[in-house]
Write a protein that binds this ligand. Structure first.
Ligand code: NAI
Ligand code: MG
Length: 348
């Protein structure tokens, strides 16, 4: 039997609770075995030891076949946990070091899931789209600085990095995904009318790559217009390709309209497969409900399906999606995190 090496980073707060359920479902659905190594990373480790992501751990994680992450982050405004330390030092560091240039976030309104949108909007068609967010460039590279901090003359910059190489590879991935989907529609999202430099390179590369995908229809929307359509006509979207920060914003709204943060899954993917890709729920460590078995593990479970799909087990991934769908259809009352995980496992 094939065995894959799986790095498990349960993290903080509800991270370990939802990860435990995702592992249950993963192992029930998978045709292959996983040799798991658990890594203690996150706010708790930092507060205990001052370490965020030791080089030796990164080197080890690099040799795995995939990574499953729960969530990392401490309590709000903990004075011992400076802002950015885990985001920059752990999450972004993993994404950048492992070259996760595709941040993949599918949004599907499962029957049974509750959307805040009106019936009139929901009646326009099925909500089923995927956001392909660039994960290694844009405003998130830390290219900036500050001087005269705290004075009336403070200067602060964050410069957006957009390379032709970086844009082309993510655009090509998005076209490939659009090509495999029934609607075959790719929407580029940017703000080309104002951000003329960054927007220019995105626009030109999309036009160039489009020539290789004659079956894919190309659309374009400004980011602000996307915020409107996301709540007035989300059925119009199929594959969205966009830069790092626009993708970050779009995917939170996309999660909100498709049943909420408890259902939103994501993958940080290296399509070239030269490093392990990392799969995680979109939500954070939710300190407000941590340790109480109140977290919905569905987002983590759907992330496990993305992991299986990435490793080439699309049938197993589809079995997880189908089990989640069935479970959502019959959801009533309140169940613990483990009860939801067990129910979905039994439906596999
Ligand atoms: P959050 O996503 O942790 O929580 C927001 C709200 O949603 C809370 O009320 C929480 O109880 C609820 N919630 C989240 N996941 C849920 C689930 N599975 N089931 C039921 N309810 C759920 O975001 P917040 O509060 O902004 O951040 C908390 C910590 O998590 C911070 O330290 C933040 O930095 C970190 N964080 C980590 C992320 C990651 O590891 N990728 C992503 C987002 C935040
Ligand atoms: Mg976000």
């Amino acid at each position: 039997m094939t065995t894959h090496k799986l790095a498990v980073i349960p993290g903080d707060g509800i991270g370990p609770e939802v990860t435990a359920e995702a592992l249950k479902v993963l192992e029930a659905a998978s045709p292959v075995q996983f040799e798991k190594t658990t890594y203690d990373l996150g706010a708790e480790r930092y507060l205990r030891t001052g370490e965020v992501l030791p080089q030796s751990v990164l080197d080890e994680v690099r040799t795995q076949d995939a990574i499953m992450l729960g969530a990392v982050g401490g309590k709000p405004n903990d004075p011992n946990l400076p802002p950015g330390i885990l985001e920059r030092g752990l999450l972004l560091k993993l994404r950048f070091e492992l070259d996760h240039y595709v941040n993949l976030r599918p949004s599907k309104l499962f029957p049974g899931a509750v959307s805040p949108l009106s019936d009139a909007v929901l009646g326009k068609g099925e909500i089923d789209f995927v956001v392909v967010r660039e994960g290694t460039e844009g405003l998130y590279t830390g290219n900036g600085g500050a001087m005269r901090v705290g004075t009336p003359h403070e200067v602060a910059t964050e410069v957006s990095i957009n390379t032709a190489f970086g844009v082309e590879r993510v655009v090509r991935d998005a076209f490939n995904r659009a090509q495999r989907r029934p609607a075959k529609l790719l929407t580029l999202v940017h703000k080309t009318n104002v951000l003329v430099n960054a927007g220019g390179v995105w626009w030109r590369i999309v036009q160039e790559v489009a020539k290789e995908f004659p079956e894919v229809t190309v659309d374009y929307l400004h980011i602000d217009a996307v915020m409107i359509f996301m709540v007035t006509d989300p059925a119009r979207f199929d594959v969205i390709v966009t830069d790092n920060i626009f993708g970050d914003i779009i995917t939170d709204l996309a999660a909100a309209i498709t049943g909420g943060i408890g259902l939103a899954a994501s993958g940080n993917v290296n399509p070239d497969r030269t490093t392990p890709s990392m799969f995680e729920p979109v939500h954070g460590s939710a300190p407000d409900i941590a340790g109480q078995q109140k977290a919905d593990p569905t987002a983590a479970i759907l992330s496990a399906a993305l992991l299986l799909d990435h490793l080439g087990y699309s049938d197993a991934a589809a079995r997880i999606d189908a089990a989640v769908l069935k479970d959502l259809e019959t959801r009533t009352g309140t169940r613990s995190t483990a009860e939801i995980g067990d129910a979905i496992t039994s439906l596999i």
